[in-house]
Every structure is written in C-alpha cells, then in structure tokens.
Design a protein around this ligand. Sequence first.
Ligand SMILES: Cc1ncc(COP(=O)(O)O)c(C=O)c1O
Length: 389
Amino acid sequence: MDANATTPLLPEVFEAMRPFYLEHYGNASSIHQQGQQARAAVDRAREAVARLLHCRPAEVVFTSGGTESDNLALFGVLAAGDHLITTSIEHHAVLHAAESLAKRGVEVTFLPVTAQGLVEPAALIATLRPNTRLVSIMYANNETGVIQPIDALAGIAHAQGALFHTDAVQAAGKLPLDIGAHGLLKDVDLLTLSGHKLHAPKGVGALFVRRNVQLSPIFHGGSHERQRRPGTENVPGIVGLGKAAEMAGEWLKGVGPARLAALRDRLEEGILAQIAQTGINGAGAPRVANTTNIYFDHVEAEALLIALDLKGLSVSGGSACQSGATEPSHVLTAMGLTAARARATLRFSLSKLTTEAEVEEALRLIPTAVARLRELSPAQSNESAALTI
Ligand SMILES: Cc1ncc(COP(=O)(O)O)c(C=O)c1O
C-alpha cells in the first residue's frame, strides 16, 4: 500500500518494452532501419501520451522522470527578475528548484494552504505581480492525495499573463487529464508526468509544453526532443510510458476508479471505526481515489511503519523521498498539524492492482499494531521510567 512511492510494471508494459532492449535496440537518431524502428516506437509512444493528455504529440517532451520535468518547467521559463508563485506543499522537485532559482535572482512566493490542504484562489490573486512569469501548483498531493482546483488557479494565472505549470505526477492515471481547448486543464501550459507512478518504469517521464511556450533546455547537447531535451532517447522506457499511458486511459474509462475509491473508503472507514484517536488529514477536500493519510495519535508513525512492514504491509510515513529524515512532513506542517500529529501519520496508497483481500488483511493488522504501540506510548513509558528510578 505504497503506490504513491512507486508502482510495479504491468506485464503488458514490460512485454511492450522487451523488444526495444533485445532486438530493436537502435538509436532513434540513426538513419538506418534499426534506428528508424526505434524512432517509430518513440513517435507511437508520444502519440499515446498525447492521447492521455488530449494534446498534440509535438507538445510532449520525454525526460528522465518527474524530477527532471519539474526542473525543466521551472528553469526552462524563469530568469533573474521574474516572479515565481508556487506552494508550500509541492514535492521537493519543485520546492528545491524554486529555492535554487531564488538564489539566482528569481523572486519566489510560497502560497500557504488551508487546514484541508487546499490552495485558495484568493491567495493566488493577492500574490500575482506584473512580473509573475510562472505559477506552479501541483494537481494532486503525493502525501494526502488532495486535489487542487487547477482549472480556477490556472485561469487566474492566465488572466494576469502568467504561465501555469502543474506537477501532475500523482494525478496521472488517477484523474482524467484534459488540456484540450474545452478541458479542465485548458489553461495549463506545462504539466509534469512520471512513468513509475503509473506502472511504467522508473527513470522516464514527460513534460507537456504547450505550443508557443518558449522553453530553454536545462541540458546542453544534441537537438533531441525538438531542442528542448538533448540526450539519446531512453527508447524502452519511453515505449513503456506510452503503453502505460494507453492502459491508464482505458482504465479511467471503466469501473476501475470507482472500485479503487470503494477500496480506499473501506480502508479508511475500517481504520477509523476500529481505532480511537485517528483521523484523515485532508478530509473534506477532493482527493484522488487511491490515497489516504491517517493520523494515529500517541503512536510514532515510524514504529508503526516498521511493525506493519514486519507483517508484510508496506506503507509510508510522510513521503518516501524523505524517508530517514526526522523532520515532520512539510505538507502536514503547512496544513497546520502539530509536529506530534504529523509524526503520528501514515500514508496508505493503493493501486489498481490492490485487492479487497489485501484491504481486509490490512484492517486485521493495523489495529493490533497500533494497540501494541500505544501500550508503549511515550507518556506511559516515561511514567514507568520514573517509577523504576
Ligand atoms: C508529486 C511528485 N512530483 C515529482 C516526483 C518525482 O518524480 P520522479 O520520481 O519520477 O523523479 C514525485 C515522486 O515521488 C511526486 O510524487
């Protein structure tokens, strides 16, 4: 139950990729047939990603993943003297890129969020300046699953002449992504995707760059990806991303999303009903169907994570990218949680492969593990320490 950290390759994705490792291993820039087979495969994958997004194939730039796409979006359009607006709950790929840009003369504003984890359109309106060049606000948060009102936020940015980027890494494959003229994301200029969050391999991603947006490359080399991202294409990875995008598009049209939401709701209801002093962070806000972020007061989330891992249940405390860090999650802190409650929080993230039996098994394991840890809670163990002295 840690699909927001990563997802397994689907067998169909793996099978689509296999020939491009073993037989059609050509360089997509070569003129000979081997090269042209690779080029054709990259083009087909670009069309598949474009269909998922409802954009033109030429607007899709393949990258090495979500981190690179976020960096390309920010560094590719901003220069000293520009103003960037982003939020305090972004993934570190955006947060740290913004901090780095601030050191290079870009003015940066980090918008706060409400207790539910939402960015308020009024806060964006109040922060826009004549030199605001880019607004970057994630679509779905990786920790809480909270979905931002991107249509409203991007519309506001556009009305002021600013470009709009959204990190859609945790929305792709979970929500329809329509950047077409009549779509919810029609005012989005740049959009980040990562392969490994939607059953494609790690190390491949894409950045949607709307036609007419001037983007400077952050790498320097050949003229790949229409001069926007040099480097020999990762053909098998790109083929995998294309196949996964195609499968995600099909899945979104079927009963899958409702089934996934029902599993997540069952997990939440089961935990809240069986365990006292628990609650959902981001409850009440729109959330993607696979994610729940739950606090278990008086429990150290890290200890609970380890206890559950020993029973075969993989979950995450905060976000996987920060694991090992002792700081409470910046997302939960921005939502106003106390450090204690943030440290008592676990993220459960399901995927389309999660079964009902797995959810029932989790509901059997979690209450027992929480009860054990609460018996050893710091308050009680301090008391017994005092008694021993
Ligand atoms: C919201 C978000 N953005 C960006 C990334 C980074 O993507 P990648 O792992 O492909 O670099 C992640 C991965 O955790 C993410 O959740």
